[in-house]
Design a protein around this ligand. Structure first.
Ligand SMILES: *[C@@H]1O[C@H](CO)[C@@H](O)[C@H](O)[C@H]1NC(C)=O
Ligand SMILES: *[C@@H]1O[C@H](CO)[C@@H](O)[C@H](O)[C@H]1NC(C)=O
Ligand SMILES: *[C@@H]1O[C@H](CO)[C@@H](O)[C@H](O)[C@H]1NC(C)=O
Ligand SMILES: *[C@@H]1O[C@H](CO)[C@@H](O)[C@H](O)[C@H]1NC(C)=O
Length: 721
């Protein structure tokens, strides 16, 4: 090993503090870049360089940024120390908007193949001075114009390149290098060429249509289709910054190096080891900005979030009068458990954006507020660890993926259109549907997200984060975050929950959630269908109290209570005629005191309930019997000692009947029950939420036994095939 080479090794070793293997140092390649601030874009660049083992020296950190001429000044002075190193190749590149797609070996090989001492990246578009176009040499194939964002060359030749620089920091580097290149003498003596076909450098400005992602086993390459090349340095210049973020998602180092946590400095890998009392203080902003179904369930989940309430500052903005009772109920029951609580109600007439600004500012102004967690009421956050999982990612801004069940609607956008609105990215569906899993850099997120308090106090200091021109609050926020060069991340590494559909939510009923069986079927099921229904569906837990009479759980208490309250609220109980003489011919009329489902406009929903939950079980219990659960009649019956205590023996005008007990014997009423005369068999203690199911015509002649005290309610349906 020559003395000369040893010196080089030593220099390189000093440059890359922390020490790198000797292997890469023999590549004679050094990366120089200018970054005055350590932005997230810079961190991404550095991680991608580390992944491929580039040696990087950063120039200008901590300096005030004055303009692109500053980069030439810094390069010129940095090169002084390398001017003697004839076999040292230097790559000069931007960093905020650059990622590497491959390593130094490939870069050096392609550089040497270019057979020039200095190679500049090429551009499709000429800038900053279009008048220089005529002076550019013609090229047979490839981009004709020089791009100053990236170039590579021998240290000695780069020194020559910048030796004439005497400009101001505010001058244009692009113009300076362009003029050197367009001077035929300098071009020849420094020996400069352009990377016309993007073998080394891909500038994305104007070229997005030519660029695709090529997935390999362990990483993703960018392929230039126009020239069929695999560029090494990817530069998101011009308005393509965001597309670069998106491409950056696919250079695996961009996220494999990123797992971390708020307390990693102390050597901890997760919050699991952190004692409750020292968990980060978080302000949770809850936003009820429009009528939203299942709000009581929302508050139950909020309450069960796996995070100590003494470490939570709670802020609730409720824009809807309609939801006052649910908010009040939660605040009354649990408000005092939180470290602090602020509720802004409809009477405060605060608009969405203003309420969000207010909540963010509460955290910003409180030096001990370490995180701000924004949670909209339509988010069904099923994962109680969400807050911890997000904190452990150690990001400025991060959201968990939530989407509408079975739909592509979610809380993020994969890309932005030129005018800043939604654009679908190539991977959007794969991310929503979980076929690609990871931590994604996205241009827009909403509904639920976590922001570091320190970020609010350092970068996002602007009071009015949620306004920007005519954009709505979420788009304004994301616009303002992007403007600050802060990355927004989305994780789909775990299931977190889903988004409710708010369309078709009517607020004209007492219990509007009952009507949500079409719009939000899963949430409807969770609220209203008995937890042991699925067991019954498997044939277990189904009892047979009388011959051919089945008995199984179907409704939750909430379903029973809300249906009864809905009927009482409607109030028009009447002595109806529930046999159908059209079908039964001569059978006797048996009137009950009842309200029919259609009287409260619930028949479509009831039919859907029968189809989804009763039909499958009939097919199970009466093999060979298939039903479309056409129902002739569906109603809620009220039995009271002084009104109608019982029902005389009768046949039902149905193929079979279901009879769901809606309240509790011994508590809500006494007596009651059902007797099947032919079998002399009675069910005297109906269970709330359980249904009887029995054949109607012919065999199951039955009577309603007298209710002796209180009020008994049952929901009855006559079903036909
Ligand atoms: C970088 O260097 C390390 C240690 O020498 C090595 O294990 C790793 O494979 C290298 N990475 C690449 C992409 O070459
Ligand atoms: C650079 O030098 C090589 C020979 O080393 C020569 O073939 C090539 O034409 C030169 N390029 C320019 C632009 O002068
Ligand atoms: C469901 O069944 C289990 C086991 O039989 C029982 O412990 C539980 O109480 C049932 N749930 C309800 C709501 O009745
Ligand atoms: C019906 O059963 C009860 C006891 O469960 C019995 O006392 C009664 O005599 C029976 N009636 C008939 C008609 O068999």
């Amino acid at each position: 090993m020559s003395f000369h080479f040893q010196v080089l090794l030593l220099i390189l070793y000093l440059i890359i503090q922390g020490g790198k293997s000797a292997k890469q140092q023999k590549d004679h390649l050094l990366v120089l870049t200018v970054a005055t601030e350590e932005t997230e874009g810079f961190h991404r660049f550095r991680r991608s360089a580390q992944f491929f083992n580039y040696s990087v020296k950063v120039l200008g950190l901590g300096e005030e940024w004055r303009g692109s001429g500053q980069k030439i000044r810094l390069l010129k002075s940095a090169l002084e120390e390398y001017v003697e190193k004839e076999d040292l190749v230097i790559l000069f590149t931007e960093s905020y908007n650059v990622v590497f797609a491959s390593g130094p070996v490939e870069l050096l090989k392609k550089f040497r193949q270019a057979k020039s001492k200095v190679v500049f990246s090429s551009e499709m578009l000429i800038y900053p001075d279009r008048r220089l176009e005529a002076q550019y040499p013609q090229v047979r194939e490839g981009n004709r114009f020089l791009g100053s964002g990236g170039f590579v060359g021998y240290a000695t030749h780069l020194s020559k390149l910048v030796s004439d620089w005497e400009g101001a920091d505010s001058d244009s580097d692009q113009l300076f290098y362009t003029k050197v290149f367009l001077d035929p003498e300098k071009r020849a003596s420094i020996n400069i060429t352009l990377d016309h076909q993007c073998r080394l450098f891909q500038n994305l400005n104007g070229a997005l249509d030519d660029v695709v992602l090529k997935f390999e086993t362990r990483r993703v390459r960018v392929r230039n289709l126009a020239f069929d090349t695999l560029p090494v340095v990817i530069h998101g210049n011009g308005p393509t910054k965001l597309q670069l973020n998106y491409l950056g998602n696919y250079v695996p180092q961009v996220w494999t190096f990123e797992t971390g946590c708020t307390v990693c400095a102390e050597g901890l890998k997760s919050l699991a080891d952190v004692k409750d009392e020292v968990l980060p203080l978080v302000l949770i902003g809850v936003f009820i900005e429009q009528p939203t179904p299942f709000l009581t369930q929302f508050f139950q989940r909020l309450q069960k979030l796996h995070y100590p309430k003494r470490r939570i500052l709670l802020f609730i903005h409720n824009h809807e009068k309609h939801h006052l009772p649910q908010v009040d109920a939660f605040v009354h029951a649990h408000g005092q458990e939180y470290r602090s609580l602020k509720v802004v109600g409809p009477e405060d007439h605060l608009e969405n954006a203003d309420a969000r600004n207010m909540a963010v500012d509460l955290c910003r102004q409180d030096p001990v507020c370490e995180y701000y967690f924004s949670l909209d009421a339509e988010v069904v956050l099923k994962n109680p660890d969400t807050l911890r999982v997000l904190m452990e990612q150690n990001k400025f801004v991060i959201a968990p993926l939530v989407s509408r069940l079975g739909k592509l609607w979610s809380n993020f956008w994969g890309a932005l259109s030129a005018d800043g609105f939604y654009a679908r990215s190539e991977d959007y569906m794969d991310i929503v549907q979980g076929r690609r899993v990871g931590l994604w850099n996205v241009p827009y997120l909403s509904s639920v997200y976590l922001v570091k308090g320190s970020t609010l106090r350092a970068q996002l200091t602007q009071k009015d984060l949620f306004h920007s021109g005519k954009l709505d609050a979420d788009m304004a926020l994301c616009h303002n975050i992007r403007e600050q060069g802060i990355f927004m991340y989305l994780t789909n590494q775990q299931p977190f929950g889903h988004l409710l559909s708010l369309e078709n939510y009517q607020t004209n009923h007492l219990h509007n959630d009952l009507w949500q069986i079409f719009s939000n079927p899963e949430d409807w099921k969770e609220k209203y269908i008995h937890e042991n229904y699925t067991t019954a569906l498997k044939g277990k837990l189904v009892e047979t109290p009388c011959p051919d009479v089945y008995w199984f759980p179907i409704f939750t208490d909430a379903a029973c209570d809300e249906l009864v309250e809905e009927m009482e609220n409607f109030g028009q109980w009447s002595r109806g005629d529930n046999t159908d003489n059209r079908i039964l011919g001569g059978y006797e009329n048996v009137p009950t005191i009842d309200i029919h489902m259609n009287q409260i406009n619930f028949e479509r929903e009831w039919y859907k309930f029968l189809l989804d939950y009763i039909a499958p079980i009939t097919e199970k219990l009466y093999p060979g019997y298939y039903t479309r659960t056409q129902f002739e009649l569906a109603f809620v019956v009220r039995y009271k000692p002084d009104e109608q205590p019982s029902l005389m023996p009768h046949h039902d005008a149905s193929t079979f009947t279901i009879n769901i007990a809606l309240n509790r014997v011994g508590i809500d009423y006494e007596g009651g029950g059902c007797r099947f005369l032919r079998y002399n068999c009675s069910i005297r203690a109906p269970r709330k939420g359980w249904t009887l199911m029995h054949p109607g015509r012919l065999t199951h002649y039955h009577e309603g036994l007298p209710t002796t005290k209180g009020t008994r309610y049952i929901a009855v349906s006559f079903l036909d095939p």
